[in-house]
Design a protein around this ligand. Structure first.
Ligand code: ADP
Length: 449
């Protein structure tokens, strides 16, 4: 087992990882920018190293500085969290070259899944159902119109290196295609430095359902069920739940086994998430994330499995200690992402938290690094915490969530708690009837409470 882990991240996830390390008896190193010197994970870590000024490219994305922090502190492994360097294959390789363990999959697997065209081909070869679309990239030399006509309109033009919903454009009819291609190409070039595009059938009313997997890199892998992340705004997840209100045990086992088998064949190591769109009873692969997800706690709440603990154990060479039959799904869990944003306009609202009171009680988990007097820096994403609630069934979970949202106080900044208070009282949410467009339609129509 490792003796010292460096946590190359910030905010709630840095604290989440730190907690897992402490429970395993592993020393922790926090790295931070000058803007995060007072962050909770920095205060609680055994050691901390300032790695640069506020801008992420000079600190949390600064590989030489992070490497230097490893050398100075003698850390033998790095946990990258999510975002930042978590899906950077070069970072994984550099650490390896310095005999420091990257807590994550092999750099080859990161590379394959980081290129969406390659990822889709790999998924297909492994027996995972994919969205119908172009065979690989659509280059300027290709006849895009012929390809789109074959797929059938509407089509979605996507960037091979895409992420965060960027470089994605819908062409409803043939008349939109040239424009969609050229805007997606320039957006992709600007955001990712790679303008490779591909095309997919645009699904009208799908749900976003993803399967959590865990593998040990030796050919053993299990699935930990699904998360329904259909409540999105601008392709960003807002609320996640498990199990999905629209799947039954048989459907879950079927898709879960397809994915777990694929991971066994791939000899995948660590945690990963295979994302699907789900429409009319069918699953369509869209991408795989080779890291821990923001919404991982909902899976932990229904399985009782600590995913970060498993990541660390496996990175240290451990084998999977559970079989698929050992995994039991108990009750229902929902996560609300608390962002420091206006709950309607979603404009960021950084500032100082003058009063903070998180909810508590049975089945309640708050993952957050904030505290009374904490100053939210304006330089990073606006996620300040996550409220995760568990109940014996979905109804109990929603009742508990409503109670928790009433208790939760985060003053004087604006945050998304009022939006969730409205959502728990909505009939469609109570019925579990929503697709990936539901939230945007709701926000466009609903009166402000
Ligand atoms: P990114 O990596 O940019 O987040 P994804 O491929 O994961 O891109 O897709 C993000 C979101 O975009 C999905 O959750 C879904 O809402 C929407 N989306 C992606 N592909 C399709 C598709 N073929 N049809 C309809 N919506 C899609």
């Amino acid at each position: 087992m490792f003796s010292k882990i460096l946590i190359a991240n910030r905010g709630e996830i840095a604290l989440r990882i730190l907690r897992a390390c402490k429970e395993l008896g592993i020393s922790t190193v926090a790295v931070h920018s000058t803007a995060d010197a007072n962050a909770m994970h920095v205060r609680l870590a055994d050691e901390s190293v300032c790695i640069g000024p506020p801008a992420a490219r000079d600190s949390y994305l600064n590989i030489p500085q992070i490497l230097a922090a490893c050398e100075i502190t003698g850390a033998d492994a790095v946990h990258p969290g999510y975002g930042f360097l978590s899906e950077n294959a070069r970072f994984a390789e550099i650490l390896e070259a310095h005999n420091i363990v990257f807590i994550g999959p092999t750099s080859d697997h990161i590379k394959i899944m980081g290129d969406k065209i390659q990822a889709k081909q790999t998924a297909k070869d492994l027996g995972i159902p994919v969205v119908p679309g172009s065979d690989g990239a659509v280059t300027p030399a290709d006849d895009a119109h012929a390809i789109a006509a074959k797929i059938g309109y509407p089509v979605l033009v996507k960037a091979a290196s895409g992420g965060g919903g960027r470089g994605m454009k819908v062409a409803k009819t043939e008349a939109d295609l040239d424009n969609a291609m050229s805007t997606a190409r320039s957006e992709a070039k600007a955001a990712f430095g790679d303008d490779a595009l591909y095309m997919e059938k645009y699904l009208g009313k799908p749900r976003h359902i993803e399967i959590q997997v865990l593998g040990d890199g030796k050919g053993n892998a299990v699935h930990l069920g699904e998360r329904d992340c259909s409540l999105q705004r601008r392709h960003q997840k807002v609320l996640e739940e498990a199990p999905s209100p629209c799947l039954n045990t048989e459907q879950r086992e079927k898709i879960g086994e397809i994915v777990a088998n694929a991971m066994r064949k791939l000899k995948y190591r660590g945690v990963g998430t295979v994302e699907f769109l789900y429409e009319n009873g069918e699953f369509f692969f869209i991408e795989m994330n080779t890291r821990l997800q923001v919404e991982h706690p909902v899976t932990e709440m229904i399985t009782g499995i600590d995913l970060v603990n498993e990541q660390i154990r496996i990175a240290a060479g451990g084998s999977l200690e559970m079989t698929q039959e050992d995994i039991r799904f108990e009750g229902h869990a929902i996560e609300c992402r608390i962002n420091a944003e206006d709950p309607r306009t979603f404009m960021p609202s950084p500032g100082t938290i003058t009063y903070y009171h998180p909810p508590g009680g049975l089945g309640v988990r708050v993952d957050s690094g904030v505290y009374q007097g904490y100053k939210i820096p304006p330089y990073y994403d606006s996620l300040i915490g996550k409220l995760i609630v568990h109940g014996r069934n979905r109804v109990e979970c929603l009742m508990r969530l409503r109670r928790c949202l009433d208790e939760f106080v985060v003053d004087e900044i604006k945050c998304t708690i009022p939006l969730f208070r409205d959502l728990v009282d909505n009939q469609d949410i109570a019925n579990g009837q929503y697709d990936i467009h539901w939230l945007e339609n709701y926000l466009a129509e609903a009166p402000e409470s």
